[in-house]
Design a protein around this ligand. Sequence first.
Ligand SMILES: Cc1ncc(COP(=O)(O)O)c(C=O)c1O
Length: 388
Amino acid sequence: MRIPITRPCFDDEDRAAIAKPLDTGWVVQGPNVAEFERLFGQYTGADHAVACTSCTTGLHLGLAALGIGPGDEVIVPSFTWVASANVVLYCGATPVLCDIDLDTFNVDLEDLAARITPRTKALIPVHLFGLPVDMGPVLQLAERHGLGIVEDAACGLGARWQGTHVGHIGDFGAFSFHPRKAITTGEGGMVLTNDPERNALLRSLRDHGSSKSDLARHEGTAAFLLSEFNVMGFNYRMTDFQGALGCTQMAKVEWFQARRAELARRYDALLADIEWLQTPRVPDGDTHGYQSYVCVFRPEAPTMANVDALFERRNAMMMRMEAQGVSTRQGTHAVHGLGLYAERFGLRPEDYPRAWIAERVSLALPLFPTMTDAEQDHVVALLKASYA
Ligand SMILES: Cc1ncc(COP(=O)(O)O)c(C=O)c1O
């Protein structure tokens, strides 16, 4: 039985949707993108949802809208996808990494607070794998030090912090529609905000800094006149093919998320007797979106002293599973260990020990809405058999 780490779910509605823009002729940021934004805002409870080309460009838009630039520092957890830190470099600012909590894989709030300096201008809390960051202390720190917050909600669809959907708790929040995410448009992203002026700024920044979208110009009078361009923007417009697919994916989001949660509960039960594996922990009152189901491989408590040995054992186990057709993955990477960051900022593994350990002992198991119970039982049986 071959089981991939994820399998995007498409049906005939999705197939029909991507053909629609060919008929209307609106193939870029047209009516389907507008409808996708409406549906996404409705689902997350945000006042404004602004589509763009990826979560990476969405995070960049958020930082640009906050005016982040050279001389500024932005704090980012080290255990995250490299893009969370790269967007700070895009602005000419300095990413300051901080460590994480191995129980949640999310930012260590004490370490975050300790890294704030007079140059800090913003924070990027990452709701990793779909588990909400504890936003209360993050909001307090931002308030006390006058900092902006751009939530990295790449994995955050369906994630609720104390009942509020992530992505519009800080100033901005960006989501990803890459195929490994809960819904997909191939590539694609969405930025949320509750502020009408920031909404207008995001819309302008994603469209070269234009004061009006092409759709609005064409629907109004004097369409022959171009818009005003008063800020430096980017071309981060989503295509209408992606917008149309986003709409039909949103039509399935409730069952996608319900099935993900059901499979996660099944994993919790099936893995409960494995003492060498720590399964995801969800704080009371929070909802995990389960973009991924990521465990900690811990035949013994991981430390910097034993992590290399644990890394070898985890990899050998993953290799045996792969040989039997079942895909697993490390959760994500430790940014401070990547060549670009290690060399540019002179960082060593021990500078962020828990992020380093997380990279080496995390283990993501297959999880996707169309996964059957039988497939999941097979993953668990093979995992147990592959541990040696
Ligand atoms: C935490 C996190 N941030 C940002 C991104 C970037 O998302 P995208 O590929 O849509 O740019 C990802 C993608 O995997 C991610 O996992």
